[in-house]
Design a protein around this ligand. Structure first.
Ligand code: GLP
Length: 242
């Protein structure tokens, strides 16, 4: 496990983008597992910058996103499909048909989860998985639980996640209560994992993730078992680890 600590969000974002750029360079037809939330926004901006300078080519890249809220349409500005379109896909030359996000409007959620597992299997899993972490240690929307859920599944969001994501919605009632998320197995089977954890709000959980026991109560703690994981952190998120 590698931990790279930056002094600013900009520096951290650039370093994470350089790693992802290197992945695309060495395997132009790579499969990227992508994440939403505020953590990766700066990284996506750097990737867009690199693309615009002609340094990166997404034309053969496939992306598979971690999760989606249940009940939100792709054009709802809080949906993760919308987030990805606006923060990355619309600004680079990735083929629209090669970007995958779970369908939050699927009539049959179980079937949609099974379909998503097939997409992951068909693409041969992720070459690189990008992750943010929830303040409760969730990855994707794999919330703290008594076991690690293996496959894509429907999840009831915890009060802490609803609270943390409330800032993006007008009212708390608007925050969806359920989501679809990739399971832990596909995340852990990615060949490389890149985690972005910045800011003081992540300090307590980052200490547990990096130094605590591997437990489904802190889903991201399982990353200790991954053979190629890099954490991009900043001074604030590392404050309790010094
Ligand atoms: C959401 C997403 C996660 C993300 C987390 C952290 O709950 N499902 O994938 O990592 O938020 O978000 P932020 O980066 O805004 O702290």
């Amino acid at each position: 496990m590698k931990v790279i600590t930056s002094h600013s969000y900009e520096e951290l974002s650039r370093k994470a983008a350089d790693l992802i750029g290197a992945q695309i360079l060495i395997k132009p037809d790579c499969v990227l597992g992508l994440a939403t939330g505020s953590s990766p926004i700066g990284t996506y901006q750097c990737l867009i910058e690199d693309y615009k300078k002609g340094r990166l080519d997404f034309s053969k890249v496939t992306s598979i996103n971690l999760d989606e809220y249940e009940g939100l349409a792709p054009d709802n500005d809080q949906s993760y499909r919308y987030f990805m379109q606006h923060n990355l896909f619309n600004h680079v030359n990735i083929r629209p048909g090669s970007t995958h996000v779970p369908n939050g409007l699927a009539g049959d959620i179980q079937q949609e989860c099974a379909r998503y597992e097939e997409v992951i299997a068909r693409e041969g899993g992720m070459d690189l998985q990008l992750l943010g972490i929830g303040v409760n240690g969730h990855i994707g929307f794999n919330e703290p639980d008594s076991y690690f859920p293996a496959e894509t599944h429907r999840v009831e969001l915890t009060p802490s996640t609803i609270q943390a994501n409330r800032r993006f919605f007008e009212k708390e009632e608007d925050v969806p209560r359920f989501a679809l998320t990739m399971g832990i197995r596909a995340i852990m089977q990615a060949k490389r994992v890149v985690v972005i954890a910045y800011g003081s709000a992540k300090a307590p959980i980052l200490k547990e993730i990096l130094q605590g026991p591997i437990t489904p109560n802190v889903p991201a703690s399982i990353l200790q078992l991954h053979p190629d994981v890099t954490f991009f952190t900043d001074d604030e998120s590392m404050a309790l680890l010094k």
